[in-house]
Design a protein. Structure first.
Length: 206
């Protein structure tokens, strides 16, 4: 019963969180069922409460599941819902604002239990922060932008004009509006106003 459910609801190498599985069995029996499938080799265990159906490979046991994939599924996109976003140097690197490849992955998430926490996930260092505002599909781009703008001088490499240009391109590509920014900006430190003024971003909002 459990394996058929997993095959129907999860792709190979997609993280499976035991707490997300909806079957009419007790928590104790569900854990036993997961253990039996794991012992038989049908699924693999990544960590406590986290399993996956291995992708077929010549390697014994299939292709291993990466920590970054698990972190994204647990804290950013969970059960078809946006629950978080990348922040700090991680997001700055994604935009090309900094060439530094961050050793630590920074994430802001609804699923964070405290304001700030450092996690070691199978050797992958993650800094997890609780969001100031509930993150949704509609607002995560705006919140991600405001987080970046509040500390832009910290993340940017020496060419500030290039960094400003990349931020403006992001605003335009994502269609972020002044109305959306005004809705949340009061939750951020006052220095964000100075940073936004110096970057001259007010004229690029949708």
């Amino acid at each position: 019963m459990l394996y058929e459910y997993l095959e129907e609801n999860y792709k190979p190498n997609e993280p499976i969180f035991v707490s997300d599985v909806q079957l009419p069995v007790s928590a104790v029996n569900l854990r036993k069922m997961f253990k039996e499938l794991c012992d038989s080799g049908k699924i693999n265990r990544f960590d406590k409460g986290v399993y996956y159906i291995p992708r077929q490979s010549r390697l014994k046991g299939g292709v291993p599941l990466g920590a970054d994939v698990v972190a994204r599924a647990k804290y950013i996109y969970r059960n078809g819902r946006v629950e978080g976003y990348y922040s700090g140097y991680t997001f700055a690197n994604q935009l090309g604002i900094t060439t530094q490849v961050p050793y630590v992955v920074e994430i802001v998430s609804n699923n964070a239990s405290s304001r700030f926490r450092e996690i070691d996930m199978k050797g992958r260092k993650i800094v997890l922060r609780k969001s100031r505002i509930i993150i949704t599909e509609k607002n995560y781009r705006t919140l991600q932008l405001l987080d970046l703008l509040s500390n832009i001088t910290q993340y940017a490499d020496e060419d500030m004009e290039d960094s400003y240009s990349r931020v403006k391109t992001y605003i335009q590509n994502e269609g972020i509006s002044r109305e959306e920014v005004d809705q949340y900006i009061k939750k951020y430190p006052e220095r964000i106003y100075k940073n936004m003024y110096e970057m001259r971003v007010f004229d690029v909002f949708a």
